[in-house]
Write a protein that binds this ligand. Structure first.
Ligand SMILES: *Cc1c(COP(=O)(O)O)cnc(C)c1O
Length: 430
């Protein structure tokens, strides 16, 4: 529940310092002002006793970088603190090699079949990232865990209709990439909890600077750190942030108590999708200024969307920040710049070029500064056509289900001066 006031360091202070205090710097790193990169694969021990204690998880240690590493530990503490900021919950984070591996780590233990041949299910918004759509519809289905797609996720009754005793969790992306759908997070969390199952939220596009689903009752948040959290674009990574004592009638008490830590010590250790310490360092550096970057990107996007929405060659503009967007008020309740009362809608917008597919491709090919790439959250503006990139492999039917039209352009606005972004769009539309 959103309680508002909680004392302790503010958002920016956590983002800048995380768990790496002046005291920790002196104790562990010769006073280094920024977090050191522990490039070592493993930790050496003083004695056989110490080694045995460490490997039995009885003594704090990091042992081997597939399990843990101090640089990754600094990042995990920072990400967990930012996601749990101002929420009445304790949370821990597990960092992984990519956003997709974070999603896979988060859901797999929830999808254990009661016995071979028995089919189980989970209910997910159809408006999810293309990789997630494929993971759910191909990889999970082939092992007997079938996704049930909700096409209008803002309508809670559509979720309700799909839940039965074989449902393991609810999964939603807010805002979704690229359609920008949104849900009433607290109502969905309540629905999940009334069936004793968890709500998992991918909030990559919002980042904790704009929205923190744990505060609204979600059990698990997944992040592709690759994207906005790592806005400079130098590393791939993901995170599972789970609240302690989460809701699930399918997990044991031991698993639920600190799910992220349990994942880390057991299934993640055994499957090995670990982050590199260099990547963790890169994310730490990017996250320090996350909130001010989200403010800049959001303000730039408002200007760019205003230009697009009034351009005769643009058939339709989709941005949660537009008053005309049907989910504008709903999103504004949940997307607020941390430590302010200002609703902000982030850096992701979509638009359709008048005339269909060919004019869309002509426009796209004429962009000069804005890069053509399947990427988002960069400090550089990036455009893509989801139907031929991120959402290509799910096919026409899958795109239809997810609401991705063939002439939709996704634009992720960066930190350039917005007048230069608009100038590039203008010449390409001309
Ligand atoms: C990119 C993305 C992912 C996957 O992250 P990777 O780091 O590329 O594996 C998951 N969810 C969303 C919303 C994304 O944009």
């Amino acid at each position: 529940m959103a309680t508002g006031i909680k004392f302790g360091p503010r958002f920016d202070t956590i983002a800048v310092h995380g768990a790496y205090s002046a005291e920790v710097a002196l104790r562990d790193a010769g006073g280094s002002v920024i977090e050191p990169i522990f490039a070592s694969t493993s930790q050496s021990f003083a004695s056989s006793d110490e080694m045995e204690e460490a490997l039995a998880y009885r003594k704090p240690a990091w042992a081997y970088s597939r399990i843990h590493n101090p640089t990754i530990g600094y990042l995990e503490a920072t990400v967990a603190a930012l996601e749990a900021y101002q929420a009445d919950v304790e949370a821990s984070a597990l960092c992984t090699s990519s956003g997709m591996s974070a999603i896979k780590q988060a859901i797999e233990p929830l999808l254990v079949l009661p016995h071979a041949g028995h089919c189980i299910n989970f209910v997910s918004s159809a408006q999810v990232y293309g990789g997630t759509f494929q993971l759910f519809s191909e990889r999970m289905s082939e092992r007997g865990a079938v996704p049930r797609w909700v096409c209008e996720p803002w309508d809670i009754t559509q979720w309700e209709e799909f839940i039965d005793e074989d449902t393991r969790f609810l999964y939603v992306e807010v805002p979704s990439n690229p359609q920008q759908s949104f849900v009433c997070i607290d109502s969905l969390a309540k629905l999940a909890h009334s069936h004793s199952i968890p709500l998992i939220v991918d909030s990559t596009v919002a980042t904790p600077a704009l929205c923190r689903p744990l505060e609204w009752g979600a059990d698990i948040v997944v992040q592709s750190l690759t994207k906005t959290m790592g806005s400079s674009g130098a590393a791939l990574g993901g995170a599972v942030i789970a609240k302690h004592d989460l809701t699930s009638r399918h997990l044991t008490d031991e698993q639920k108590e600190n799910y992220a830590m349990w994942l880390k010590l057991l299934p993640f250790r055994d499957s090995g999708p670990c982050m590199s310490p260099m990547s963790a360092f890169s994310f730490l550096c990017d996250i320090r200024t996350l909130r001010s970057k989200m403010e800049l990107f959001s303000n730039n996007t408002v200007q760019v969307v205003d230009f697009l929405d009034n351009h005769p060659k643009v058939a339709k503009t989709h941005y949660l920040g537009l008053y005309s967007h049907p989910l504008h008020r709903l999103a504004g309740k949940y997307m607020m710049l941390a430590d302010t009362c200002k609703s902000m809608y982030g850096h992701l917008c979509c638009f359709e070029v008048e005339g269909g597919i060919q004019p869309t491709r002509d426009f796209f090919d004429k962009l000069q500064m804005i890069m053509r790439a399947t990427d988002l959250g960069r400090v550089k503006s990036i455009a893509t056509i989801p139907a031929i990139s991120t959402h290509q492999q799910q096919g026409e039917a899958g795109r239809c289900l997810a609401g991705v039209s063939p002439n939709m352009v996704r634009l992720c606005v960066g930190g350039e001066n917005y007048l230069d972004i608009i100038a590039d769009l203008e010449q390409a539309l001309g």
